[in-house]
Design a protein around this ligand. Structure first.
Ligand code: C5P
Length: 407
């Protein structure tokens, strides 16, 4: 996705072994459509060469406040004014300490001090040894930087280059890209608590077999991510899928429809928005065997009987909080034909104000989709696009309805 098209990012590197990851980060930023201007400290250039960063950003790297290539000889002013965001990755302990003090004895710190604070966000991706990260001086500096308006991104946990294990690693480049993208999203769901179901359910026949469906969970995961990007606190109840948990989202894994229902019931009391994107199995075997069912030599299959699963969405939509307007419910419908008619009928049957129709066979497992938003007044098509882009539009629609008192 060309999510950063039109954005100009100043990528600052201070000195740390995590500089090796900044090459990959630069690549990801440009692939996402951004133009990238790299600024490096002298220490950063000990870890990775400006040549590498120039080749990847397709622009000369700036390292010195005395760089005479700028016509007015003021790179520290020009660079900050042009940026949509300054991202410093890695941000060393020393760099953060300098920023706290407002020191400006190299180009990177000078540029940060000179940036228009209201207009140009400053994001820092700390990277250091775990003792340095945990030190009260560093933690004090982090708090002060946040108070001064910088966004201090989280650190990763794990093996460190020094051989120790703990907090303080720089996040991986794809995570940093996701956090930057999230930063640019409007915070239209700030203060909301969003509960999402996603993926298929798996209904056991015996310990080794079961029935499930082709839902990949991608649409529901995209909704969870988009809601998180929009500032909501998000819980994602996920059936069995192999998808990474979106950043900052609380995930509860379940297998069966009954487990999904229990997880939803445990969480929905705190939610203000419920989005049911899961493809819940309609039926489950009436009596799952606790031992593997064997062929008995008769040539006859076992006589399986099924019972209907509870309708999780309809149950939540009928609750007191949903009916009083404290909880806004959104359903999904995967249809194979007559989308509008079927989706409208399903919306009424489920008792939800908004239902999202899509053509199931066309979207299962894909990264793209097209949506039809159906409410009591009619429908609106959200044209074909990546699931994350569609999810962001759905989130914007939900936010509009919340702001208008669900109208
Ligand atoms: O009836 P159908 O399965 O087509 O309804 C789809 C919508 O209802 C989806 O939002 C789905 O997550 C939800 N649903 C549910 N519990 C079920 C069946 C469907 O929450 N047992």
């Amino acid at each position: 996705m060309n999510d950063l098209a039109g954005k100009h990012i100043v990528l600052g590197l201070s000195g740390g072994i995590a500089c090796y990851k900044s090459a990959e980060l630069c690549r990801l930023l440009t692939k996402a459509g951004a133009t990238v201007q790299v600024v490096m400290t002298e220490a950063a250039a000990q870890f990775i060469t400006p040549v590498t960063m120039q080749a990847l950003s397709n622009r000369p790297v700036v390292t010195s406040q005395w760089d005479a290539r700028e016509p007015n000889n003021m790179p520290h002013i020009n660079l900050g004014r042009e940026a949509d965001a300054i991202l410093i990755a890695p941000a060393s302990a020393d760099l953060m300490a300098k920023l706290v003090q407002g020191r400006a004895d190299d180009l990177l710190t000078l540029m940060c001090l000179a940036r228009p604070v209201e207009r140009v966000p400053l994001l820092l991706a700390p990277a250091m040894n775990r003792e340095m990260w945990a030190h009260p001086a560093t933690q004090r500096n982090v708090a002060q930087l946040q108070a001064d308006g910088a966004v201090v991104l989280p650190v990763g946990q794990g093996d460190q280059a020094c051989g120790e294990v703990g907090d303080g690693r720089m996040l991986e480049p794809p995570q940093l890209l996701d956090l930057l993208l999230a930063h640019f999203q409007p915070k239209v769901l700030a203060g909301q608590r969003v509960l999402v179901t996603a993926g298929p359910t798996f209904e056991a026949i015996d310990p080794v077999r079961g029935i499930t469906n082709h839902s990949s969970g991608k649409m529901g995961f995209a909704v969870a991510r988009a809601a998180q990007e929009a500032g909501a606190q998000v819980t994602l109840v996920a059936g069995p899928v192999h998808l990474a948990t979106p950043w900052g989202v609380k995930r509860v894994n379940v297998q069966s429809a009954l487990e999904m229902q229990a997880a939803v019931q445990a969480e929905v009391g705190q939610a203000t928005v419920f989005v049911a994107a899961a493809a819940v199995a309609d039926w489950r075997p009436a009596n799952a065997s606790d031992q593997k069912i064997k062929k008995d030599g008769s040539g006859l299959p076992p006589a399986l009987t099924f019972v209907e699963n509870p309708d999780i969405l309809a149950g939540v939509a009928a609750s007191e909080r949903a009916r009083s307007g404290a909880l806004f419910c959104v359903g999904f419908a995967a249809e194979s034909h007559d989308l509008e008619v079927n989706a409208q009928a399903k919306r009424v049957r489920k008792g939800v104000p908004l239902l999202v129709g899509n053509i199931g066979p066309a979207t299962f497992g894909q990264d793209d989709n097209a949506l039809l938003l159906v409410d009591e007044h009619g429908c609106r098509a959200v044209p074909h696009g990546p699931k994350l882009a569609l999810a962001r539009q759905l989130v914007a629609e939900i936010a509009r309805r919340l702001a208008a008192g669900h109208g």
